[in-house]
Design a protein around this ligand. Structure first.
Ligand code: NDP
Length: 282
């Protein structure tokens, strides 16, 4: 039987409707409009598209948006000055510096300069550390979105074997932590994992964040498994995931498509984190 498709667009729409109501209620109760500042350095076309989409979604949710589009030649000191200014700005509750930054800027230094209380991307070491020890933190948006998709699909994680392929700080590691918090038994795989297929075939829940088109094929999937495809790859002008959709669909129990799976959830979680940041600063 073909896998049930997890519709990220529909889940995202539902959450955004609720969020818009929550934002309106928060504003009427507090007279505070949650504000998100997005900082973009350079000319990367994909980054410009993402930032435009973030700006539009923020305004649509009833929040205040500021976008800084800086030249690729912006110095690290200039960027750090802007982050410092935004840290002190009462209108701004969330700060997002769009990655990647140009090579002459130390990414970690900039992320570390963001006030952790405004770090709605959840990349500051304090938030990453809090996630690790199970304390309140801002959860990075993509892993957060994945957990919402699993919850919406009614996937119970307790006692399940979850396999995460990819160990990046923005997807693989945080999603592994979140799955662990939900009492899954978690295995993390990476480029040096031996016999990857033997491990992915044991997964009740398989999360793939590798960045290689159609990398996980049907024969690497346990029949009935829940498969979350995080990958966004451009092949011949088309977006494809890290999971080979056709062969996976015939084996998996649930499967996220690309596009329309995890992708739409990322901005939704950014908006959610911005509201939470505003609520916490009262
Ligand atoms: P990174 O490049 O930071 O990490 C990729 C990971 O995949 C690494 O841990 C790497 O292992 C592992 N890997 C690479 N090759 C193999 C292999 N042959 N076998 C097993 N593991 C391998 O990528 P990201 O985590 O940032 O992103 C992953 C994908 O998700 C990309 O396609 C990206 O575009 C997409 N993405 C989508 C988002 C969304 O909103 N839907 C948001 C963020 C990312 P090692 O550590 O050993 O090098």
């Amino acid at each position: 039987m073909a896998a049930t498709i997890i519709d990220g667009k529909a889940v995202s729409k539902k959450i955004r409707q609720q969020l818009t109501e929550d934002v309106a209620r928060f504003i009427s109760e507090t007279r505070i409009t949650p504000g998100l500042a997005v900082v973009l350095v350079g000319d990367d076309p994909a980054s410009h598209t993402y930032v435009r989409s973030k700006e539009k979604s923020t305004v649509k949710a009833g929040m205040y948006s500021e976008v800084y589009r800086l030249a690729a030649t912006t110095s690290e000191a200039e960027l750090l000055n802007l982050v410092d200014k935004l840290n002190k700005d009462n209108k701004i509750h969330g700060i997002l510096v769009q990655l990647p930054l140009p090579g002459h800027i130390d990414e970690l230094k900039v992320l570390n300069a963001i006030d952790p209380r405004k770090d709605v991307d959840g990349f500051h070491p304090m938030n990453a550390g809090n996630l690790f020890i199970g304390q309140e933190s801002f959860i990075p948006c993509t892993p957060h979105g994945i957990m919402e998709l699993l919850a919406d699909a009614g996937v119970s994680l307790q006692g399940k074997h979850a396999v995460v392929v990819g160990r990046s700080n923005i997807v693989g590691k945080p999603v592994a932590m979140l799955l662990l918090q939900q009492h899954a038994t978690v295995t993390i795989c990476h480029s040096r994992t031996a016999d990857l297929g033997a491990i992915t075939r044991q997964a009740d829940v398989l999360v793939v964040a590798v960045g290689r088109p159609n990398f996980i094929t049907g024969e690497m999937i346990k029949p009935g498994a829940v498969v979350i495809d995080v990958g966004i790859n451009r092949v011949d002008g088309k977006l494809v995931g890290d999971v080979d959709f056709e062969s996976a669909q015939a084996v998996a129990g649930h499967l996220t498509p690309v596009p329309g799976g995890v992708g739409p959830m990322t901005i939704t979680m950014l908006l959610k984190n911005t509201l939470v940041a505003a609520q916490r600063c009262r």
